[in-house]
Design a protein around this ligand. Structure first.
Ligand SMILES: Cc1cc2nc3c(=O)[nH]c(=O)nc-3n(C[C@H](O)[C@H](O)[C@H](O)COP(=O)(O)OP(=O)(O)OC[C@H]3O[C@@H](n4cnc5c(N)ncnc54)[C@H](O)[C@@H]3O)c2cc1C
Length: 404
């Protein structure tokens, strides 16, 4: 079925960024159609039993009035106010996102966008329901899953069903009884290995870093309650205390003026691999950790895996490998974009879209938000706390364009 009337804005994605930009656009009177499973990535691409690393305050999805924070949700549910020392459980955050969606964007359509093709007056979007329609503007908020990265050494194992990326699992109990090499040193690696161990698997963490790092527990529930010399030395920010984090949170718009190499370096290194403060006791001493080791090659033998490592331990035999090896933004991975359209999007740093100050790509009317925008606007875009900055800029630009 082809719908003939053009919609002003189509939003691909109903996670925190898609929901937030929809809420901001609607508040400015811009009609939208929003596609995706609300909080879909959090439901199916993260492990049950996980906790958020961001504080409750930094986990608010931005709405135009700023009245739909996680604590507003808790109040509506009859739950007590929580501060920085509360680790938010995954299921609570999903319920919060769905509550936000019900209030701001109840019209979300649970359809997948399977193709976006340019037309003379905008974009033709084809849905998995068989419907196709035209939108003048498209905002891509499809999140992190398309960018999941597995090191090349593990590719042969993936084909054989012996290795997978963390983003493929919502339930790690399926590994119970198995010996699993978990590759990585970030929160995802440390938490996945811990959850697996607690579920009766035998994880072995393999990390390139010489030492695992963990955050420190916040001293107070409200950042503003810390003694003033400490606040001066390390001001509070949604990314954590410190001047550099404050700069990334407050001067987000300036990030795109940094030289390409500096931005690429900062995106890679700021908030590098480390575990949440509440994870350390649950993990340390519970299972083997091979720091200073790197996978050199991998082969399948008799339904098991033999990993050759660079490091003091040179061979590891396991039943499965779990790659907690992160995400790399690359427009080429967005297979729902017409190949010609993908080629037309100017890139920076080997694959990330080059964006304007209002998140518009080099293709007029095609916007990117969330992780796809981290190369342009910095680390804030990797987290829910970036929704306010992104949604305000995108919605104002689109509303202004609509009035012209
Ligand atoms: C394990 C893990 C833990 C994390 N913990 C934190 C944390 O503690 N705090 C924090 O701030 N951030 C955390 N993050 C980062 C977090 O993922 C992002 O902050 C947030 O999810 C970004 O929201 P988003 O809307 O851009 O993307 P997503 O949440 O990924 O949402 C994407 C949406 O797009 C939809 N979609 C995708 N493709 C299509 C399509 N073709 N058609 C229709 N719909 C589509 C999906 O169904 C989904 O609704 C974590 C990430 C991971 C992987």
């Amino acid at each position: 079925m082809i719908t003939s009337t053009a919609v002003p804005v189509a939003i691909v994605g109903a996670g925190p960024y898609g929901l937030s930009v929809a809420a901001h656009l609607k508040a400015l009177g811009v009609p939208v159609r929003v596609f995706g499973v609300p909080m879909g990535s959090w439901r199916t691409r993260m492990p049950a039993g996980m906790f958020l690393k961001s504080t409750p305050r930094a986990s608010a999805i931005s709405d135009p009035a700023g009245r739909l924070t996680l604590n507003d949700f808790r109040a509506a549910e009859g739950l007590a106010w929580v501060g920085d020392r509360y680790a938010v459980p995954l299921d609570e955050f999903i319920r919060y996102g769905e509550w936000f969606q019900g209030r701001c964007v109840p019209e979300v359509e649970r359809a997948a966008v399977v193709r976006i093709t340019p037309t003379p007056d905008g974009y033709r979007l084809a849905l998995d329901t068989g419907e196709a329609f035209t939108a003048r503007t498209a905002v891509l908020a499809g999140g992190f899953p398309p960018y999941a990265t597995v090191p090349a050494e593990l590719w042969p194992l993936v084909g054989a069903g012996l290795a997978s990326h963390t983003s493929e699992h919502a339930d790690l109990r399926k590994f119970a009884g198995q010996r699993v090499a978990v590759i990585g040193a970030g929160q995802s690696a440390l938490e996945s290995a811990t959850l697996m161990h607690e579920a009766g698997a035998q994880p072995i963490l393999v990390a390139r870093t010489r030492q695992l790092l963990f955050g420190s527990p916040p001293e107070t529930d409200r950042g503003g309650e810390r003694p003033w010399p400490e606040r001066l030395a390390k001001p509070a920010s949604p990314l954590g205390p410190g001047w550099s984090f404050t700069a990334f949170s407050r001067a987000t718009g300036a990030f795109r003026y940094l030289p390409d190499r500096t931005r690429a370096h900062l995106v890679r290194t700021v908030l590098g691999p480390s575990g949440g403060w509440w994870l350390q006791d649950r993990m340390q001493g519970r299972f083997p950790v091979l720091t200073g080791h790197e996978v050199a090659s991998a082969e399948a033998a008799g339904g098991r895996v033999r990993l050759r490592l660079r490091g003091p331990t040179d061979v590891l035999e396991v039943d499965q490998v779990l790659a907690a090896t992160g995400y790399r933004v690359d427009v080429e991975r967005l297979d729902y974009l017409d190949p010609g359209l993908r080629r037309a999007v100017a890139r920076r740093n080997a694959g990330a879209p080059r964006l304007s100050s209002s998140f518009e790509s080099s293709v007029p009317g095609l916007y990117f938000t969330g992780l796809s925008a981290a190369n342009t606007f910095g680390p804030l875009m990797r987290f829910v706390c970036g929704t306010g900055f992104a949604s305000r800029r995108i919605s104002r630009a689109i509303a202004a364009g609509n009035r012209r």
